[in-house]
Each structure stands twice: as structure tokens, then as C-alpha cells.
Design a protein around this ligand. Structure first.
Ligand code: BTN
Length: 258
């Protein structure tokens, strides 16, 4: 397929990086750049953020020592394919983090859809935000906060730093791996047929498949057996009544060690 038939398709050459010292939020900065005409593939990193944002409107600890990085994408895929984007991002982050971990460290595991865990503790938060630009294009920003050296307690999940497991890489060194893995993974994902390969990789690095889990939905919690994901990245939950529910969004809690 030519680029004109699929304008969102990314190639490795589209990715570039701008490093800042302090910024309000790297996600906000990317969205502002998009409004001024920036193209897909722009990474903004910052040593610290003065207004770092987490999911559900929570603040995100953003002092120096951790990695704060956001990637801008413009119309990366048709809307019906975007549900798999958070899982593709998780695949790339899992790969980058794995590369800086010592060989004897516990495995780096993905918890649906895109939490990154080591020893069942969260080491990275991912916030994907989007907006429609005045010219009708859709900007998406993928924001990654990785606990390299500091792990503030978020209350919801146990947390850890990569240093806790003996990783000595700096935020800049980790970013070099993230830049590479995100470019490779998203270039593949942005070609329609590449999604299947990325979803297969997600299953290989996922924790808890086959185990009992609880999913907190906005209005209630449901428990069941985590039966994996469908082709579009939806979570398949087998419930006690014998049915299978497909879940698009929710907070997953693993009932057991994996
Ligand atoms: O709540 C979460 O788990 C998501 C946290 C995402 C934090 C990152 S840090 C870089 C980017 N800029 C922000 O303001 N948030 C994201």
C-alpha cells in the first residue's frame, strides 16, 4: 500500500527527538506542537515536569531521575484500529525496559492493557491522549513515565524502580532503547497486517493469562479467568456463568502471582 493510500503509516525515518530541561507536561507540549503543525514521530523528553499528568486526572511525580517522554502521532491509523495502540505501546516499552535489566532480574511483564510490571510492581505509567486539530487531523500523544530511580507510591498498585532490580542505566540511556523499540513496533503496527504480529508479541510478554483476575470498570468490578485478548486487543474475560466478556477499558488486578 502506498503512503498516499495510508497517510498515517509510519517509517523509521519519521522519528525524531527534542530534549527539554523542564516543561509543564511532555504530553501537553506535544499537543501544542501538533496545533502548530508538527508531524508524526516527534518525541519530547524532559528532565522534569512541573505539571506531569497520570491517568484519571491524577498528578504524576515528575522530579529528575526518571524518564518523562511523549511521542506525537498524527492520524496513525483508522479509528477502528486504535484500540490496539495501547498494547503496541506496551510491547515497545517492555522491550526497552528489558534491554537495560540485568540478566538475573525478574521478567518484565505487561499487565493489560499497558502497565509494565517487574516482580508484580508497576515501573511505568503510560498516558495516551488525543485531540482533533483545527484542520480536522487527529493528534495522539503517547506519554511514558518510567520509574528509573524514584517510585512514588500511587496508592492503587505496588510500585518499584528499575534501580530496585539492579538496572544502572540513566533515563537518557533508557530513552535511546525506547526510541528504537517504539519506532520499530509502531512502524509495524501502522501497517494494517502488522497489528497481528504486534498482538502476538503482546501475548508473549503478558502476565496473568489463564489466571483469575478482577477488572474494575467505571461502575463495578467483575472477576473471572483472563482468557487473553482478541485480534483488536480487547480483554477476554471468562465469567462464572460460562460466558465470555470483551472488555475495552478497566483497571486489572491479578489475583495470583504469575
Ligand atoms: O497514570 C499513569 O499510569 C500514566 C502516567 C503517565 C505519565 C507520563 S510522564 C510523560 C507524560 N507526560 C505527562 O504529563 N504524563 C505522561
Amino acid at each position: 500500500m502506498s503512503r498516499s493510500e495510508n497517510p498515517g503509516r509510519l517509517s523509521l525515518d519519521d522519528f525524531r527527538h527534542e530534549a527539554l530541561d523542564a516543561v509543564g507536561s511532555t504530553n501537553t507540549e506535544c499537543l501544542e506542537r501538533a496545533r502548530k503543525g508538527a508531524l508524526s514521530g516527534l518525541w519530547i523528553t524532559a528532565v522534569r515536569q512541573t505539571g506531569g499528568r497520570g491517568r484519571r486526572g491524577r498528578a504524576w511525580f515528575s522530579e529528575p531521575g526518571n524518564l518523562y517522554a511523549s511521542l506525537l502521532m498524527i492520524d496513525p491509523a483508522p479509528m477502528d484500529r486504535l484500540g490496539s495502540l495501547p498494547l503496541a505501546v506496551a510491547v515497545a516499552v517492555q522491550d526497552a525496559v528489558s534491554r537495560i535489566m540485568p540478566l538475573d532480574a525478574p521478567e518484565v511483564v505487561v499487565k493489560w492493557p499497558n502497565d509494565i510490571l517487574v516482580d508484580r510492581r508497576k515501573v511505568c505509567g503510560i498516558l495516551i491522549e488525543g485531540e482533533t486539530l483545527p484542520d480536522g487531523r487527529h493528534a495522539l500523544v503517547i506519554g511514558c513515565g518510567i520509574n528509573v530511580a524514584v517510585a512514588p507510591d500511587a496508592g492503587l498498585y505496588p510500585v518499584a524502580t528499575l534501580r530496585d532490580f539492579g538496572a544502572s542505566a540513566s533515563p537518557d540511556e533508557l530513552f535511546a532503547y525506547l526510541f528504537q523499540s517504539m519506532a520499530e513496533t509502531l512502524s509495524l503496527w501502522s501497517r494494517g497486517r502488522g497489528i497481528a504480529a504486534v498482538m502476538e508479541r503482546w501475548k508473549q510478554v503478558a502476565g496473568g493469562i489463564g489466571e483469575n483476575i478482577t477488572v474494575n470498570l467505571p461502575d463495578r468490578s467483575i472477576s473471572g479467568r483472563f482468557a487473553g485478548i482478541d485480534d483488536t486487543g480487547l480483554l477476554k474475560l471468562e465469567t462464572d456463568d460460562g460466558g465470555t466478556r470483551l472488555i475495552a477499558a478497566g483497571d486489572v488486578f491479578l489475583d495470583r502471582t504469575f
